[in-house]
Design a protein around this ligand. Structure first.
Ligand code: ZN
Length: 148
């Protein structure tokens, strides 16, 4: 079985604040996030399948990420539920995601992992995710790290 990893890149703009943090990220500010989604699987050998030769159609991967992540998180504000005025801000500005967790790059990445584990076709596994907040800072999740 020749397993192949496929990666697709997605970009979205979002703001966050790290409530209680002892640095500049406690203030509301924005990032140009980049998300790399890598799946692993075996290319289809079924010549009658329109997706013959593919692990998964890049277009299908794009649609899944668009529906579950980029449409929801692009131009949103991500806050901890218990941050000051969070519920008032959400009702006023609407595109606000309130979390039980601190919206760090690490925690947002883990949240995306949970979303995608339940959204991918049965023929592929989520291999890894990489989320960058800036050109020099990123977090990564690998399935293989979880079973060590
Ligand atoms: Zn930040």
């Amino acid at each position: 079985m020749n397993k192949i990893r496929l990666t697709k890149r997605f970009d979205f703009e979002a703001a966050h604040s790290l409530t209680g943090y002892d640095g500049a990220c406690r203030y509301i500010h924005g990032h140009s996030y980049t998300l790399y989604v890598t799946v692993i699987g075996v290319p289809s050998t079924d010549k009658s399948n329109p997706k013959h030769g593919m692990v998964v159609d890049f277009g299908i991967l794009k649609q899944i990420i668009k529906e579950n992540i980029t449409d929801r998180f692009d131009h949103c504000l991500m806050l901890r539920k218990d941050s000051p005025l969070s519920h008032e801000i959400k009702s006023e500005y609407r595109k606000v995601e309130l979390f039980d967790f601190q919206p760090t790059c690490e925690n947002i990445l883990l949240y995306f992992v949970e979303i995608l584990k339940n959204s991918l076709p049965d023929t592929v596994f989520l291999h890894s995710l990489k989320l960058s907040e800036t050109r020099s800072s990123f977090a990564e999740w690998y399935l293989s790290d979880q079973i060590i």
